[in-house]
Design a protein around this ligand. Structure first.
Ligand SMILES: [Zn+2]
Length: 93
């Protein structure tokens, strides 16, 4: 069983289905490749590097530089107040 401590330590990191790569260093990533860190530290950190479609590439948004698999891991439902925010904004309209 994978624990949060194992993921943080880079042991058995969550990898996108079908991806058996050891990942790429940041300097080796090309545009639109997943920036989810898998293992390693500093300049030797390895990132997922699965291709992300231009439509899904949203730098600045939460998980915006991650593949669909890793975006689902890091983006949660939000707090109740966060989920209510769109309705509040509509009322203030
Ligand atoms: Zn990824």
């Amino acid at each position: 069983m994978r624990t949060a401590a194992m993921i943080i330590a880079g042991i058995a990191p969550p990898q996108a289905p079908g991806c058996n790569s050891i990942g790429r260093r940041l300097a080796d990533l090309t545009s639109h490749q997943c920036h989810f860190p898998l293992r390693g530290e500093g300049a030797e950190t390895r990132f997922c590097a699965v291709e992300v479609s231009p439509a899904d590439w949203r730098p600045g948004a939460s998980g915006g530089q991650y593949c669909t698999f890793h975006r689902c891991i890091v983006v949660g439902r939000g707090t109740p107040a966060e989920r209510q925010a769109p309705r509040v904004l509509e009322r203030l309209g």
